[in-house]
Design a protein around this ligand. Structure first.
Ligand code: TTP
Length: 398
């Protein structure tokens, strides 16, 4: 049994976080989405073919040391079907296909029992996904992409157990309206000729499509951690809840850490810093004097040295926050924060701060309104209030 992981997408809905890295490398509870997936299947399969394209070198660099992983380059044509076709000359007769941007809790043992099966998940908003109709024996009889009037609440969870005949259907299907060769179009042909079981996932599952999905999944996996404190802790530090502090991290005097939280190696917290639940400080970050971080992912090498507040935010690598940089994360009317996603205003969640790319510098007294996105390599000058998205490479000043 082999596995194919589709990891070649551009992740446009996750800009600016995906400006410099592919979506499967975004961290959830301190490790990339793709690592979560690989851990679930590593012992169950012989080979793992990871199909890469966008920013492929970063994925290859990160997963270089796994014996079972073979990287395959997707060619010019886009689409999940095209991604799977890349594996045609390598794959065994039986294989599992997994989207490289999902996290899930269920074991895959059941789905592996069938020749053809697809994992499905019950959700309240099926209209945003591929929706399956199944018969009384749980065989899939229909699939509709983002239907206005869904016939069921069972959606495509992005995990497929297939056999090599899928390649025949992939070659038959035309390029879709959005110019892609789509695996789901081949599945529509497959269900007409074969029994394809719907296997309902009972545990946690999330499709990391949007920035707030990353924070939501981060929360879920942080709730599962166990305390492990290997870093250096100075005097008068208060640690509550489940906290991982890796070797090489340092918590300086009089700081408070409330778990669940992960503080990775090389990170420095304090003196007098406040880390609140659902925070991950990645390697070599710094949260200094009187800075507070809550419900946020702070990526490598980012510094928040003094008197700042970061809440429900995702901050890229190598950012530097001037004194008193503040993120707002809640509207006065308590309504979901709206975020621009590929040109549309999309409702997100009640609490959302800033979504920031890499290498951003803020001057002193900079504030961000809820849900704004700041592209990579921006400079935000002193005293600015950022209430709309900032394109990458901008210099905003007063
Ligand atoms: P999508 O989420 O549809 O595409 P994407 O990852 O590019 O994200 P966005 O829509 O925000 O731009 O893709 C589903 C999965 O398939 C995902 O894991 C990426 C993978 N994929 C490929 O491997 N190759 C492709 O050409 C495409 C379109 C997706």
């Amino acid at each position: 049994m082999d596995a194919v992981i589709l990891a070649a997408g551009k992740g446009e809905r996750l800009r600016p976080l995906t400006e410099n890295r592919p979506k499967p490398l975004l961290p959830i509870a301190g490790k990339p989405i793709l690592e979560h997936i690989i851990e679930k299947i590593y012992d169950k399969v012989d080979n793992i073919y990871v199909v890469v394209k966008y920013k492929r070198e970063k994925i290859i660099e990160h997963f270089n040391n796994y014996d079972k992983i073979v990287f395959l380059n997707q060619g010019d044509l886009e689409g999940t079907g095209e991604a799977l076709l890349t594996a045609e000359n390598y794959i065994s007769d039986e294989f599992i296909v997994i989207n490289g941007d999902i996290v899930f809790e269920d074991s895959l043992d059941e789905i592996l029992n069938y020749d053809y099966a697809i994992a499905v998940k019950k959700v309240n908003n099926p209209e945003n996904f591929g929706v399956f109709l199944v018969d009384e024996k749980n065989n899939i009889i229909d699939l509709e992409e983002k239907p206005k009037f869904p016939k069921s609440n069972l959606i495509n969870a992005g995990i497929y157990k297939l056999k090599r005949d899928i390649f025949k259907y992939l070659k038959e299907i035309p390029i879709s309206e959005r110019g892609e060769k789509e695996l789901t179009d081949a599945i529509k042909l497959l269900i007409k000729e074969k029994e394809v079981k719907a296997i309902e996932l009972k545990g946690y599952w999330n499709d990391i499509g949007y920035p707030w999905s990353l924070l939501e999944a981060n929360k879920y996996f942080l709730d599962k951690i166990e305390t492990k404190i290997d870093g250096e802790i100075e005097e008068n530090v208060v640690i509550k809840g489940k906290v991982i502090i890796e070797k090489g991290a340092k918590i300086r005097a009089n700081s408070v850490i409330e778990g669940p939280a992960i503080i990775k190696s090389g990170a420095i917290v304090g003196p007098l810093a406040y880390i609140r639940p659902y925070t991950v400080l990645m390697e070599n970050t710094f949260v200094g004097n009187s800075s507070e971080v809550k419900g946020s992912i702070i990526m490598r090498n980012t510094k928040i040295p003094h008197l700042s507040y970061v809440g429900d935010s995702i901050i890229g690598e190598n950012c530097n926050f001037g004194c008193n940089t503040i993120t707002a994360n809640l509207r006065f009317d308590n309504k979901p924060v709206k975020v621009n996603i590929k040109g549309k205003r999309v409702e997100s969640v009640r609490k959302l701060g800033v979504i920031m790319g890499d290498n951003v510098k803020t001057g002193v007294q900079v504030s961000f309104m809820p849900g704004v996105k700041v592209g990579s390599n921006c400079w935000i000058g002193a005293n600015c209030l950022i209430d709309r998205d900032v394109e990458k490479n901008s210099f905003i000043y007063k």
